[in-house]
Write a protein that binds this ligand. Structure first.
Ligand SMILES: O=C(O)COP(=O)(O)O
Ligand SMILES: [Mg+2]
Length: 227
């Protein structure tokens, strides 16, 4: 009998239901009862994964904003500066486009190192402006993220593993998009859900037959079976 492996889980596309927004509630208990660290690694702003950990009832081990913000449970690290991303957003708005989240914009309101743009907005002018500032635009299938090219989820996961003291070779990751590729490279065993994009599908050790939370739940069962 061996212990549960540490887990690294993405949110959108991975813990969600396929038909509507929102987390599949069936993932709550297995995550809460997992007998090893669970890291939530997401492109969403910092408060979202923190709240997820809080409401599931697990320690807050969080990589947010695609690695721009990392929380080890003791320390918060910011690995990118929002100024350039903010300048890109201003230029994009100045050119007559919108970020696309409405006036109060709860998507970017607490975002500290990057800017997210709604997929309904045109990406080409965004890419052009971002390139002028040396930034990249990452399309997760849920939003366009204007970000520094350096931070990524995988580096953030390494920071947390070092701090908490677990071995990433023994860790298992599940994800669905290009922003999970660095996570897949950081862990010993990686799974892409069936709805994953081409980059995640290619980078994963295994591609699941099930989509979204069904895929993740199947991984949890499988890696637990080896207990
Ligand atoms: O914020 C996004 O665009 C996607 O979020 P995720 O990394 O949790 O899938
Ligand atoms: Mg995702």
């Amino acid at each position: 009998m061996t212990a549960d492996p540490p887990l690294v889980l993405d949110i959108d596309g991975t813990l969600t239901r396929p038909d509507r927004w929102g987390i599949d509630p069936r993932v709550f208990d297995p995550i809460r009862d997992w007998e090893a660290p669970v890291v939530i690694a997401t492109g969403k702003a910092f408060p979202y994964p923190v709240a997820l950990c809080h409401f599931v009832g697990v320690p807050e081990l969080v990589v947010a904003e695609n690695g721009g913000v990392v929380y080890t449970g003791d320390d918060v690290f910011f690995t990118a500066d929002r100024e350039a991303a903010q300048a890109v957003a201003e230029r994009y708005r100045g050119a007559g486009y919108e970020l696309g989240w409405g006036e109060e914009d709860t998507v970017n309101r607490w975002r500290e190192t990057e800017v997210a743009i709604n997929l309904e907005q045109p990406i080409e002018p965004l890419r052009e402006i971002a390139a002028e500032y040396g930034l990249e635009v990452v399309d997760t299938g849920y939003a366009y993220h204007v970000k520094d090219t350096n931070p990524n989820k995988g580096d953030g996961v390494e920071t947390i593993a070092d701090h908490v003291g677990f071995d990433l070779e023994g860790a298992v990751a599940v994800g669905d998009s290009v922003n999970d590729v660095s996570t897949f490279e950081a862990v010993g065993r990686s799974f892409a859900v069936a709805n994953a994009d081409a980059a995640a599908t290619e980078a994963a050790d295994e591609v699941l037959e099930e989509v979204h939370a069904d895929g993740t739940l199947s991984v949890l069962e499988r890696v637990r079976e080896s207990r």
